[in-house]
Design a binder for this molecule. Structure first.
Ligand code: G3I
Length: 385
């Protein structure tokens, strides 16, 4: 056999025309479906698909009080390979009286997750909200000591079980200042965040230690303030491993969402999408897919957590921001997310694509399907190169 003659190789455009004419013929013979947009051998759940993409996780915030709901638990066990306690690991839950710790609700979630082989994100050791009443009444060194003791006790108790801890949550101000939020914790001194990270590191050196915040879903004053803190921590050896981007989103997403994740990753920390939910609307499915593709495109993005399972479980009452409806049915946003995890199209209901001529969507996967058997025969991506 002779090696292929390079000069006789058809040009890219010629090959494309030939491919399209083959595709066109195939339409007549067996039909082409553009509605399936994931590779035929792709995993079929969020967690399994994320795991196939570099060992990432796809998690959900879980409420201990819902673990008796079989619809909820069935979806959790089927689709997710990571959990975050929605409220049960917060200060008011775990240390309701000073020095008296209660892990009953948290352990219901931890034990369920461990039994299912799921990862656990710890949320959150220190936050200006959901503090117990006794801590709200403290200030100065008394509060600082109580806060650091809380970090030490809780992180020690769960040592070895937590994949990533939100050590500090929401410490930066909204608006254009790029500075810290005022809070009782902030008033104990600007070094309270690094003190918390050092205490968490001493208590559980195996857990990734994250700073977590919202309104950081693009390059803006707030995310830049956090970026500068992380850069400073890395320069001074403060033990920070990751940054959480909550991603409570509305009807649009910043065009530099991925670039923002990447600039943090370039500082030498992992990034995680920690509380994703997106207001229901015509763009919901696309926004979920965009976030998913952004995480996949950043090698240090460990995974995505959605902030609840069904719309009816969400803190955003009436906004239907999650992947499953109140009955537990998969929404279009679920399909677009799964397709994105599997490397497919961003569009959950693709426009039928012309088989010759017309615009080519180079981001889409096209699956050749036998209409009689419904069997996927092959997967194609189109290229103009
Ligand atoms: O458990 C009590 C219940 O006994 C009582 O009858 C009821 C009356 O209001 O309140 C229940 O507690 C509520 C708790 O959720 C559990 O449902 C609290 O009032 C309510 O404030 C609390 O809201 C949580 C909120 O954080 C607190 O700020 C949400 O569930 C939780 O989803 C939300 O999560 C936060 C993240 O931790 C940080 N990022 C933002 C995110 C959304 O706000």
């Amino acid at each position: 056999m002779h090696p292929p003659n390079r000069s006789a190789r058809p040009s890219g455009r010629t090959r494309l025309r030939r491919f399209l004419s083959i595709l066109s013929a195939a339409v007549v013979a067996i039909g082409v479906s553009a509605a399936i947009s994931a590779p035929a051998d792709a995993a079929s759940t969020l967690g399994a698909s994320a795991a196939e993409r570099g060992g990432r996780y796809f998690g959900a915030a879980v409420a201990a009080g819902r673990l008796g709901d079989s619809t909820y638990v069935n979806i959790l066990n089927r689709e997710f390979n990571s959990v975050t306690a929605e409220n049960e690991m917060k200060w008011s839950s775990t240390e309701p009286q000073r020095g008296s710790f209660n892990y009953t609700s948290a352990n219901r979630i931890v034990n369920h997750a461990l039994g299912q082989g799921m990862k656990i994100r710890g949320h959150a050791l220190l936050w200006h909200q959901q503090q117990p009443g006794w801590a709200q009444g403290l200030s100065g060194s008394d509060l600082r000591n109580a806060a650091i003791n809380h970090v030490t006790q809780v992180a020690t108790y769960f040592r070895g079980k937590i994949d990533s801890w939100d050590v500090v949550n929401e410490a930066f101000a909204d608006g254009g200042s790029g500075g810290r939020r005022d809070s009782n914790l902030q008033r104990t001194g600007n070094d309270w965040i690094e003190a918390a990270f050092r205490a968490a590191d001493a208590a559980d050196p195996g857990a990734k230690l994250c700073y977590n915040d919202y309104n950081t879903d693009g390059i803006n004053a707030k995310s830049t303030g956090i970026y500068n803190m992380v850069r400073d921590f890395k320069a001074r050896g403060v033990p920070i491993d990751c940054v959480g981007f909550q991603s409570h989103l509305g009807g649009s997403i910043s065009g530099d969402y991925q670039a923002n994740l990447q600039r943090f990753a370039d500082l030498g920390v992992d990034v995680q999408i920690t509380e994703l939910d997106v207001a229901q609307g015509s763009n919901q499915a696309n926004i979920y897919a965009t976030v998913t593709r952004a995480c996949l495109a950043v090698s240090r993005c460990n995974g995505i957590t959605v902030w609840g399972i069904r719309d009816s479980d969400s803190w955003r009452t009436g906004e239907n921001p999650l992947l499953f409806d109140a009955s537990g049915n998969k929404k279009a946003a679920y399909t677009s997310t799964l397709n994105a995890l599997n490397g497919g199209s961003t569009n959950p209901t693709p426009t039928p694509t012309p088989t010759s001529g017309g615009p080519i969507d180079t981001n889409a996967w096209y699956v050749l399907v036998n209409r009689t058997s419904g069997k996927a025969l092959d997967v194609y991506g189109l290229s103009t190169a």
